[in-house]
Structure formats: structure tokens, C-alpha cells
Design a protein around this ligand. Structure first.
Ligand code: 13P
Ligand code: SF4
Length: 364
């Protein structure tokens, strides 16, 4: 999907950081309770300082679902998160994404046509009534709706284990998209091994899998990944441990399984924050996730050493699109009664997607 963000007027692009901060503060104060700003943990500091609630994608979806008063929800995160917030909030609430180009390359690795096609191909070789589709939160509303229509649920990195356990109680097989790593890591956590898993490649006919493998696999894992987390390699952990033999390694479950295997702990961005909080003063923690969160943790814990496992890690380029200028632009628009960058999901898609999201909220 092409989403186009119009260039901002000069009074935003050339404004000094202090000027933008002052204007954001003034617009926010004027909007008061009518506004709620949500900030995902990967947001940069100039944005995150304005968030009324910070969280991982699960926590923020709950905050959006629980707030029925704010008229405007400005989501400092990426497109799929804003869509989910729109689905979970009331008709009187409007969700805004400060930069329309803040997408997610992983979410773009599975589109609805590919998923529908995969389902038809699976139906030719196995009983799809016994397959439960699970989509990671990092997916478009159309995929969540597909899952809702076919008896499945959404999961996030903080509840994948609970959702997959629920799904295995309802069917014999899972089609898990779009992140193969979260699916595989959770499968291992539940006691399955590689022999129970197969990777479905949407670019190849019948997923590139022989019929017997499709039938024999409990986990059909979509061939998608996060380009940020896939950069972490086992060698990073080996290097970290040789420098800090007593150090603690905590990684996000979007990392590949060979990395997760070597880590001490694995979990969502909220989990990583709690792990660093719980480490004793003087601890050294090597973290495998997006660099803005790692930098924030380092700054908030001056009594501990918090480092990225990959010294050359790049930020999530789409999360990084949200900056103070775009936040100021949407907030000043709201203050003038002009709703910019509203994210909406059509009513039919939203109805089925809500089923899948609410199943997740009930399970966890
Ligand atoms: P969380 O579920 O930890 O918020 O992660 C979302 C995400 O996009 C990680 O890349
Ligand atoms: Fe998507 Fe990865 Fe960025 Fe998360 S870190 S928003 S999965 S590209």
C-alpha cells in the first residue's frame, strides 16, 4: 500500500527544537482531556516526552480500548498500531498518525491477497477447518479481519505464548503470520522443535512446501521478519559475553531462534524494560532490540551499564519518521479544529478485525 505524507510547511521543518517543544506543549495544554498521546517504546525522546501513556503494542492497544473519553488519540508509533487503536475505540474517537509514512516493513511482508491465496492452497491439501490462523499485531487490519473471520486471534510479542496455547486447543495446526521468528520462538517455548514447523514462502507456489510437510507441521510459519531484529546474530552475544562474562542478555522475540537460544531472557519491549529495572545496581545488560529503547534504558539507569548487543544497530526507520515537527503539525491542526492524518478502518474490516483483537484481549 502506498501511503503518502505531504511535506510539512516550513514553519515546522525549520523550527528550532525549543520552539517546537513550546508549541507542542501549548497545543497539548489547550486540548486537555480531549487528547490522548500514545507513545511506543521505540519512539525517540523528543516525541516520547509528550506521551500520556508509554507502552508496547499490547499495552497501548489496551490503553486505547480502555479510554472512551479522549476525542483524539494521537498514536506515536506505526500504521498497524494506529489501525488497531481505531478498531478498538468508539465511533466518536479519531485516531491520528503524525506521519503517514510510518509503516512497518514486517507488516508489509504479508498482504491480504497472499494470505487468501495461501488459505486456498492449504485447503487443497489439508482440512483448513482444523487450522487456526494467528496474526501478529504487526499486520494490516485486513489480515486481522481475515483471522477474525476464520476463528483465529491476534497476538503481540507479550502474549504470543498464551494465544498460541489457546489456538492449539482449538485446532491441529496454526498458520502464523507475518513474523516467522515470533512463531518459531514461541513454538520452541511450548516444547515443539523444528520438525513440527515449516516455513510458508508466499512467493512460491504452495508456499514452496511438499504436501506431506504441510500436513505434518503443527506450525506453518509465514516467511516474514523484522529487518531491525534480524540484524542481531549469535556472534553479538558471544562478543558481549567475552567482554562482560557476568552480563545479562535480554532480547526481543522477533530475533532469530539461534539468538534467542543464547539469551538469558526473551520478551516484548515492556518485558525488556522490566528486566533492566529488576537487574541489580552495577549490572551490565546487553539488549537485543531497537536502539531508541536501549538508549532510553541506559539513560534511565545510570547505576547500570545498558548496551545494544549490536554496536552498529540502526533504528527502526519507520518508527523514526515520527518526530517533533510532525507531532507539532498534527497537534496544532487539532487545536485549530483541523484533523490531519486520521487513520480509519472501513466498518466491515473493522468488525471482523475487532473479533480477532477482542479474542486476544480476552485470552490475555
Ligand atoms: P512490542 O510488541 O514489544 O511492542 O514490539 C512491537 C514491535 O514492532 C517490535 O518490533
Ligand atoms: Fe516493524 Fe521491526 Fe519497526 Fe517493529 S521494529 S515496527 S517490526 S520494522
Amino acid at each position: 500500500m502506498i501511503r503518502l505524507q505531504p511535506p510539512l510547511p516550513e514553519r515546522y521543518t525549520t523550527a528550532a527544537p525549543d520552539d517546537l517543544a513550546e508549541r507542542i506543549g501549548a497545543a497539548k495544554a489547550g486540548l486537555g482531556e480531549r487528547l490522548m498521546v500514545l507513545g511506543h517504546h521505540y519512539q525517540r525522546e523528543e516525541v516520547m516526552r509528550w506521551a500520556d501513556c508509554r507502552g508496547d503494542s499490547f499495552g497501548l492497544s489496551r490503553r486505547a480500548a480502555d479510554n472512551s473519553t479522549a476525542e483524539y488519540i494521537v498514536f506515536c508509533g506505526v500504521h498497524f498500531m494506529a489501525e488497531s487503536a481505531d478498531i478498538l475505540t468508539g465511533g466518536h474517537q479519531q485516531v491520528i498518525l503524525p506521519d503517514l509514512n510510518a509503516g512497518c516493513s514486517m507488516a508489509d511482508m504479508a498482504d491480504i491477497d497472499q494470505v487468501e491465496e495461501a488459505w486456498e492452497e492449504l485447503a487443497r491439501v489439508t482440512d483448513v477447518e482444523r487450522i487456526v490462523p494467528i496474526t501478529y499485531m504487526n499486520s494490516s487490519a485486513a489480515l486481522k479481519a481475515f483471522v477474525g473471520r476464520h476463528g483465529g486471534a491476534v497476538c503481540t510479542s507479550s502474549n504470543a505464548r498464551a494465544v498460541i496455547t489457546w489456538a492449539l486447543g482449538r485446532g491441529d495446526q496454526l498458520l502464523f503470520f507475518p513474523d516467522q521468528h515470533l512463531g518459531r520462538n514461541t513454538g520452541y517455548q511450548l516444547g515443539y522443535d523444528e520438525s513440527a514447523m515449516a516455513v510458508w514462502d508466499p512467493r512460491r507456489e504452495a508456499g514452496g512446501l511438499p504436501e506431506r510437510e504441510v500436513k505434518a507441521s503443527t506450525f506453518l510459519l509465514w516467511k516474514g521478519h523484522c529487518s531491525v531484529h534480524q540484524r542481531f546474530r549469535p556472534a553479538h552475544i558471544v562478543d558481549f559475553r567475552s567482554t562482560y562474562p557476568a552480563g545479562l542478555v535480554v532480547v526481543h522475540p522477533e530475533c532469530a531462534h539461534d539468538v534467542v537460544e543464547l539469551a538469558d531472557q526473551v520478551g516484548s519491549t515492556d518485558f525488556i524494560i522490566n528486566a533492566v529495572d529488576a537487574a541489580p545496581a552495577g549490572a551490565v545488560v546487553g539488549v537485543g532490540t531497537e536502539v531508541h529503547l536501549v538508549q532510553r534504558l541506559a539513560a534511565e539507569h545510570p547505576d547500570k551499564t545498558v548496551v545494544s548487543l549490536d554496536p552498529l544497530i540502526c533504528p527502526c526507520s519507520t518508527m523514526f519518521r515520527i518526530d517533533a515537527a510532525h507531532l507539532c503539525w498534527v497537534l496544532e491542526g487539532l487545536a485549530e479544529g483541523d484533523v490531519r492524518n486520521r487513520i480509519t478502518v472501513d466498518a466491515e474490516t473493522a468488525r471482523s478485525a475487532r473479533v480477532a483483537l477482542e479474542r486476544m484481549l480476552e485470552i490475555t
